[in-house]
Design a protein. Structure first.
Length: 120
């Protein structure tokens, strides 16, 4: 419950600030991808400033997420390897328990099979 209250206390003012930023910065900003002729705006695109800012923030979040995902690859690989080893260890454990149970059953039988005469 406290987490929800804290989230509301943080998110509501943040949303108000984002809406205020969008309302105040509605004027168009020229975006040109030509670094050699900065004064020539014939190939420039006019976008509202808040769209540019939100787009750059979203792009940064995406790039950061991809970088974090790629950086955690070794941990995912180690987890898969550990899971495979755990599965094989469990299978070996089941096999050894079965062999132990068979050996205990053999020990309870009298005479043991090793001492029994083969049937003629």
């Amino acid at each position: 419950m406290i987490r929800k209250i804290i989230a509301v206390l943080i998110l509501v003012p943040l949303m108000i600030a984002i809406v205020a930023l969008a309302l105040v910065n509605r004027h168009g900003v020229p975006i040109s991808l030509d670094p050699f002729s900065a004064g020539d705006l014939t190939n420039a695109v006019q976008v509202p400033l808040f769209v540019l800012v939100f787009g750059l923030v979203a792009g940064g979040v995406f790039v950061g997420g991809v970088a974090a995902w790629l950086g955690q690859g070794k941990w995912r690989r180690a987890a898969r390897r550990a899971e495979w080893e755990l599965g094989s260890a469990r299978a070996e454990n089941v096999e050894l328990k079965q062999r132990l149970a068979d050996a205990e059953d053999e020990g309870r039988r009298w005479p043991p099979r090793a001492l029994q005469r083969p049937a003629a």
